[in-house]
Design a protein around this ligand. Structure first.
Ligand SMILES: [Zn+2]
Ligand SMILES: [Zn+2]
Ligand SMILES: [Zn+2]
Ligand SMILES: [Zn+2]
Ligand SMILES: [Zn+2]
Ligand SMILES: [Zn+2]
Ligand SMILES: [Zn+2]
Length: 220
């Protein structure tokens, strides 16, 4: 299956190196059981579709949302890559920072849409050098491999390896892509330290607890 030269697979939720893969379809990777559980609600329908495809069945790409596998909702094409996704911006509650909208998740938290919005040259974000130089490695790896990306792009991605981030105040390791943190004067700060420092250091780029960054992270 994997060779030593193969790119390390990233967890679909946090982009940390994967330690397991979905046993149903074999296509999606996770760092932990916890993140596999987190992903399952959206992956379960896709998992069945991938298994049907693996048996040779033709499943029309425009018949299901490429991010959650829904077939019955209103579907639309993304602006960036013209792929089929739920037409569901209405599911997003303003300021909730939830990830209930497939269309919005792809638009906000993927390299594909970042590349499109920044008007980088070329139509393929996967091989774009400008994209690669835009964010910290941990963030970039996530933008390329999180489950708001379409599976074919994830499989082509060559995410950078990264040193897991640490809180600049207490040195606690923290997962930038799924833990609340801020980016302050001295670097990233964990939520605990942030709370203690509120009022003295203005926190910018605050991440929401549900794992979804409030702003495009890493751009500073
Ligand atoms: Zn993970
Ligand atoms: Zn699966
Ligand atoms: Zn969807
Ligand atoms: Zn796209
Ligand atoms: Zn780009
Ligand atoms: Zn801390
Ligand atoms: Zn950050």
């Amino acid at each position: 299956m994997s060779t030593s030269s193969e790119t390390t697979k990233c967890c679909a939720i946090c982009a940390y190196p994967a330690t397991s893969r979905c046993s149903g379809c074999g296509k999606v990777f996770y760092c932990s059981q916890e993140h596999q559980k987190t992903a399952w609600q959206k992956h379960k329908r896709l998992c069945k579709i991938y298994q049907r495809q693996a048996k040779g069945e033709e499943v029309a790409a425009d018949s299901f949302c490429g991010l959650c596998g829904k077939t019955d909702g209103p579907l639309k094409k993304t602006a960036c890559c013209k792929k089929t996704v739920c037409d569901d911006y209405g599911n997003y509650r303003p300021f909730s920072y939830g990830n209930d909208s497939c269309a919005r998740n792809h638009d906000r938290y993927t390299r594909c849409c970042y590349h499109y919005n920044e008007r980088h040259p070329g139509s393929d974000s996967v091989s774009c050098d400008q994209c690669s130089n835009s964010h910290d490695a941990e963030i970039e790896a996530w933008y390329m491999t999180n489950n708001f990306n379409f599976q074919d792009d994830i499989e082509r991605a060559t995410p950078p390896s990264f040193q897991p981030a640490q809180c600049s105040k207490c040195q606690r390791p923290m997962k930038l892509n799924c833990e609340a943190h801020s980016y302050g004067r001295d670097g990233h700060e964990c939520q605990r330290c942030m709370a203690g420092l509120m009022g003295s250091t203005p926190a910018s780029n605050i991440f929401a607890m549900d794992g979804i960054p409030v702003q495009m992270p890493g751009r500073r």
